[in-house]
Design a protein around this ligand. Structure first.
Ligand SMILES: *Cc1c(COP(=O)(O)O)cnc(C)c1O
Length: 357
């Protein structure tokens, strides 16, 4: 049975967007292919307020995360982790033979500008990674304050994981001095999984030129050069189906208005947080609570698996906690095209199942 998804990716895809995935194929070496890939790049530049090159990748977001840390670290990377996805970035570095240190916050707590300043002031690092929105803990890092500190260290490449926030929360890439900003299609952009997108600054290009072993498929410098040489085409065959849908979806988003979309995410987040505080407790410190998903502490010790099974019978699904947080927390996503009415309906069902009053 088809279930309405309230999980932090993949998200529900609007019918008209889904239909674009069924557009008849074109050759990937045609002018048409160049046109659509260029068009997406220009629209992503608008979304992220950046003049830097956009790189599209036929992979999920993890591919570009791995590519970024491998292609642009020469000395050592400082990986700031506030949960599962920060930990993953560190693992990617180590398994690629890239030197990296992990600076972990207690789960539910943010990366602070002070932590970043202290680490970078050692002069040991030439790249840092920040998780903007941590999908395990439901936490949004203070990216503007962190960016202020990073500006003091111009030799450091600034990478940001925006996989679960791009299109759901405002981040101005050039203003914040972000060199590589990464996202994928199945979260706030509201498309099926299978494609990832990043920005790639001139500074990142210069750095990558000096890195010897950048890998092959996710060599960001090679992708960048190919885009310039072949008018926005790619070395391998890209997921053209996603391109058709993303190009269309970005128009749709511009029509709704990026700020209006961010406001809608914030309103929905506030609504779910108020509900969480009424019946349970928030996992992340409230001040840093995410606007795209809410991680709720299971203070009533309900069986989350049972709840989800019963929700499933009614056509809804939420997420259990991530990893060690399974059953200790549960997660409700409010990403992409989710409406207030849909959340109201979901929370009403949960209240009914759990007999909450
Ligand atoms: C989902 C997610 C990822 C992984 O992205 P994929 O597209 O699944 O590879 C990385 N970071 C964050 C914060 C995520 O939410």
């Amino acid at each position: 049975m088809y279930k309405k998804l309230f999980i932090p990716g993949p998200v529900n895809v609007l019918d008209d967007v889904l239909e674009k995935m069924a557009t008849p194929m074109i050759g990937h070496r045609t002018k048409e292919a160049s046109n659509i890939q260029r068009s997406i790049s220009e629209k992503m530049q608008k979304l992220w307020s950046t003049k830097e090159q956009i790189i599209l990748s036929t992979s999920s977001g993890s591919g570009l995360m791995e590519g970024a840390i491998r292609s642009c670290t020469r000395k050592k990377a400082a990986v700031f982790s506030v949960g599962a996805f920060g930990d993953r970035w560190h693992k990617m570095a180590i398994s690629n033979g890239v030197k990296a240190d992990k600076y972990a916050s207690e789960w539910g707590q943010p990366t602070t500008p002070e932590m970043v300043d202290k680490a970078l002031s050692t002069g040991e690092y030439d790249l840092l990674t920040i998780t903007h929105n941590e999908t395990s803990t439901g936490l949004m890092n203070p990216i503007v304050e962190i960016a202020e500190v990073v500006k003091k260290y111009p030799e450091v490449i600034f990478c940001v994981d925006m996989v679960s926030s791009a299109g759901g929360a405002k981040v101005e890439v050039d203003k914040l001095g972000i060199d590589i900003c990464i996202t994928s299609t199945q979260k706030c952009l509201g498309l099926p999984p299978g494609m990832a997108i990043c920005s790639f600054s001139k500074k990142a290009v210069e750095r990558a030129e000096l890195v010897e072993n950048r890998g092959m498929y996710f060599d960001l410098l090679a992708l960048y050069k190919y885009i310039l040489k072949k008018d926005h085409q790619y070395p391998s065959t890209p997921t053209l189906s996603h391109m058709f849908a993303l190009d269309y979806k970005l128009d749709k988003m511009e029509k709704e208005g990026f700020d209006a979309i961010y406001d809608r995410h914030e309103e929905n987040a506030k609504f779910v947080r108020a509900w969480a505080n009424k019946y349970f407790k928030m996992f992340a410190e409230e001040k840093y609570a995410s606007n795209t998903l809410t991680t709720i502490l299971n203070t009533r010790e309900i069986s989350v698996a049972d709840l989800n099974k019963k929700l499933g019978e009614r056509g809804f699904t939420i997420s259990n906690g991530y990893g060690d947080l399974k059953e200790k927390t549960f997660r409700i996503a409010h990403m992409a095209d989710t409406t207030h009415e849909e959340l109201e309906e979901l929370l009403g069902q949960i209240e009914d199942i759990l007999n909450l009053k």
